[in-house]
Design a protein around this ligand. Sequence first.
Ligand code: AMP
Ligand code: GLY
Length: 423
Amino acid sequence: MNILLLGSGGRECAIATALVESPKCDRLFIAPGNGGTAELGTNVALDIEDGRAVVDFARENDCELVVIGPEAPLVAGVADVVRDAGIDCFGPGAAGARVEGSKDFSKRLMMKYDLPTAAYGTFTDCDSALAYLNEQGAPIVVKADGLAAGKGVTVALTKEEADEAICECFDGRFGEAGSTVVLEEMMTGPECSMLAFTDGVTMIPMAPSQDHKRAYENDEGPNTGGMGVYSPVPEHLVSAEQLAAMVEIERRVVAELASEGITYSGCLYGGFMLTSEGPKVLEFNARFGDPETQVVLPRMKADLIEVFLACDAGTLTEDMVSWDDDWAVSVVLTSAGYPGSYEKGKVITGIERAEELPGVTVYHAGTALRDGELVTAGGRVLDVTAVAPTFEEARERAYAACELIDFEGKTYRSDIGMRAVKR
Ligand code: AMP
Ligand code: GLY
C-alpha cells in the first residue's frame, strides 16, 4: 500500500525507516520530510495542518494510510478529516489530542480520575497568576497551556524567574497558546518516557526510555527538544513495579477518555518523574516522542504498518509486538548555538562511514538536500543511533559514529546515558 507520513524530524525519519521495512509498503510519501527521508521515499510539500490538503494528496496518490508524526496536525484535527474521508489514519483525533494540546485539559483529566501528578492552578489573567505565585512561592513550574514547540515550560527556581515567565506568556510570547497558564508544583527525581500503542481499548506499552532535555553536560543549561536518549531504562533507575504503575496510568487515561466518548487511538506518550512517592505524570503527548522513537523503534520486532492499521481499526493484539534484548543509544548532533540561534546550510559528511559501524543508523532531523549536497537545516541535525547487546557497547558505537560525521559547528553532549551506568 501507499502511505503518507506527516512530519520532518528525526522521529519521522525513524518511523519512515521502519515503514519501508514492511513488505506491505509500496510507495512512501513524507510531507515535508528532510534530507534523510528523501532517501526512504518521496518528500512532498504540503500544508500538514490543512486536513483537506492532506486528504486531497492522499487520494491523488492512492495512499491508504496517513501517519501523523507531530502534535500540531493532531491538535488541529487532521486525523478526523482523514478518517471522515474514509482513509485509515494513525494518530488520535482532535478530542483525544487535547491531552497534549491543553495542559489544563490534561491536568483536569488527571485530577478527575485521581492520577498522580503535581498540584497546580490554571489562570487566564496575569494578576491572578501572580497572586497564586505569591501564595505558593518558588520553586514553581510555569507552563503555557497550548502548543509551544517544547518551549512553553519554565522550571522557575526563584519568584523573579516565575514572574517573568508568567508575564511573557500573558504578553503573547506563545500567542494564543500562552493566554492560559498552568502553574505547577515542582517535582524532583529522574524522568522516564513511556510510549504505548493503543486502539482505544487495548494497549501495548513500548520499552521505556530516558531523554536528556538540557543542552549541556550534567543536565545543565536551557531545555531543548532533546539532546540524546537511550532504551531500555535499567532496573536500578526504574523498577518493574514503577514501570507497571506508569503503564497502568496510561491505560486509565485511554479508558477514562473512552468513558467520556473519546476513542483515543495511536501513540500515547507519558512523561513521568520518578518521585519518592512513585511515578507522577509530567505530561502526556498525543504522538511518538522525539528523540525517544529513535531508540524504541530499532529494538521493536513488529510490522509497523500492521500495528498502525490495527490501532486505527480497533484490532490491536498484544502479540503484534515483541522486543529485542539489545540496548539502543542515540546521540543528537546539533548546530552550534542551539537551542539559541544557529547557522544553517553547512555541508555534512561522513554519514556513510558512520553507518558502516555495526548496529549504527543515522536518522536525519534537521537536514536538507541542496544541489545534491546534504546540508544542515535545523538545530537538531542528526540522531546518531547504535544498537548493541550491552549498554556500554551501544554507547561506544554511537560515540565512535559521532566522530566520523562532520559539519561546521557540530556540537553534542558526551554524557548521554551516563545515568544508566550504575555507580
Ligand atoms: P513538559 O513539556 O510538561 O513535560 O515539561 C518539559 C520538562 O520540564 C519536563 O521534561 C521536565 O524536565 C520539566 N518539568 C515539567 N513539569 C515539571 C514539574 N512539575 N516539576 C519539575 N520539572 C518539570
Ligand atoms: N522528547 C520529548 C518529546 O517528544 O516531547
